[in-house]
Design a binder for this molecule. Sequence first.
Ligand SMILES: Nc1ncnc2c1ncn2[C@@H]1O[C@H](COP(=O)(O)OP(=O)(O)OP(=O)(O)O)[C@@H](O)[C@H]1O
Length: 349
Amino acid sequence: MAEPAISFQDVTRRYPQKAAAGDVVALQDIWLDVPQGAVTGIIGRSGAGKSTLLRMVNGLERPSSGKVIVNGHDVGAASDASLRAIRREVGMIFQHFNLLASRTVAENIALPLEIASEDPARIPARVGELIERVGLTAQASRYPAELSGGQKQRVGIARALATAPRVLLSDEATSALDPDTTRQVLELLQSINRELGLTILLITHEMGVVRDICSHVAVIEAGRIVEAGETYSVFSRPGHATTRSFLQGVTGVAVPHFVAGQLRDTPQDASAEAVVQVTFTGRHATDPMLARLTAERGVSVNILAGAIEEIGDKPFGSLIVGLPSGRLDESRRFLEEHGLMTEVLGYVG
Ligand SMILES: Nc1ncnc2c1ncn2[C@@H]1O[C@H](COP(=O)(O)OP(=O)(O)OP(=O)(O)O)[C@@H](O)[C@H]1O
């Protein structure tokens, strides 16, 4: 196994509070390896600790205990001089772009090169290359106020790439953008990842971003990582309730309103219908298992909602079905024996 690009080793971050209120524990006991060359997403709700985690990678925050190792350097223990060197290897993009209003697109992109004391004669060619990569050649002399949100983020990306970093951090980079622009910016990040082999670590509160570009994901809740792994396996077998609730929005499958209003925790009588979420992955995604459940076992299946999509080029499907509660155990066993996952959401009737 290659060395991880970033390794959080038993990291805790406390913010001391005045008086007797006790410390705020923003992160606790974090162990996480971010693979080289991968796009890894950290997903969590507001206040979960995402920004704190991300800011440790370029030394904007230091751990209260534990280590953050980036490209082999211990960031928390780095002196100011070595921190400057580490930061040249770590670019960052932001939700609100953080561009200088008084500088043109080209001048914004040149800024990190000037700060890094790059030979001034070489800067225009490097800036031209970066502008072309992000598709802003026609806008090179414009000011940020004359750009759309998507174009501003492209400038942010070009600026972050200027010093040829090995790691790119993204702090909710698409949260201020509309869905179409979000998709285009994510595609740009994905092509940069593939073509430059750059490791990307992004934070988001949208599972759609994880689905679209992250090969790996970690779910963070109240300062702890509750689940982490390859996106596809986390999506197929979410082990934590928080992951499942994030997933509901992205698989495009939710219990229809007319059913949701009637759902109960237990069946009222033998005629009740169990509402079950069935998840399909890999080759099973295309197997007609539900049809076989009906044909081979005589169990009637009532399809309430469903969608099949691709995650990391692999098929992933999710269906919500009604099954007779009296045949529930047997039906679940049949489906699970054939590689499908099932989860009972409740009962109607
Ligand atoms: N400088 C600070 N002083 C005290 N508490 C802080 C400080 N910075 C962050 N916190 C607290 O640490 C916790 C994690 O904050 P953090 O900003 O990392 O969360 P987040 O997941 O990025 O949230 P959001 O999505 O809203 O940006 C929160 O409870 C926050 O209030």
